[in-house]
Design a protein around this ligand. Sequence first.
Ligand SMILES: [Zn+2]
Length: 308
Amino acid sequence: MNLLKFIRKFPSEKICLESFAKYRLERGISCKKCESKTEHWWNLSDKKFQCKVCKSKKSYKSGTLMQNSKIGIQVWFMLIHLMTSIKKSMSALEVSRQLDTRYDTIWYAMHKIRCAMGKRDAQYKLDGTVELDDAFFVAVDLERDKDEPLKRGRGSQRTAKVMVMVESEKVAKKDIKSKHNKGRKMGFVKMVVMEDLSAPEINYEAEQALKPSVSVIADDWKGYRGLDQVIAKVKQTVTPPEKAMEHLPWVHTVISNAKKMTLGVHHSVSKQYLQNYLNEFVWKINRRNFASDPFERAVCMAVDSYWN
Ligand SMILES: [Zn+2]
């Protein structure tokens, strides 16, 4: 949905409220008293749902991602629209200017959405052939930077380790029509911020992210040598930097684009929130070929999420 269509569809707080209530009624509302999903009435005048079984009332945002937030539903819709319709990412500062809302309110709301995006993507595991690699992202460690002098290079506290997994299927030679074709087709993606890149940590995350039947292709890093304990097949190849795009084309493309996003848009990303930024980046990549509108998907996700 482009901006013009969005404005035509959601021109006022009242229309956004009605639409939000419709999403909620369609997806089912849980009643705390009845301890189950029950049928509800919607009352626009007091902005409340009422359980048809026990007659208890609840606020229109209760039980959703928007619970306890001060932002009105039209601004929430605009925020979700900005975060899902634009191919690249927007900074909280820019969004707060555009929506004329306090920076910290917007910053917090954006991170709530990013957390929900991560939860949603965690429901699926990657399948088929998967390119796997790790990357170092520039990230400020808010806890440690306060009292430690800066170190340079790999041991620096200004880098965060990220494990990246990308479904990547070989394309038949006859189907390669352009010389820029990587020879492989990219599927779904996962990116996980890691405490360390030891074999047990890598195996643990691989088990969470991959179906046991997958076939992994990776470089020669020793941390990957125990991967065959948790997945079917591992093919490790010595990969000099000049061969990286040949051996692991999609994982390197994803890493390079994610780095551009974190540095170019968000400038100084802290280690504590890096996973959230990556959640947003990956959520968009994973839905790039979906026919349905990303806004609708994100609103349904926000309606389903319970935020504590
Ligand atoms: Zn009830």
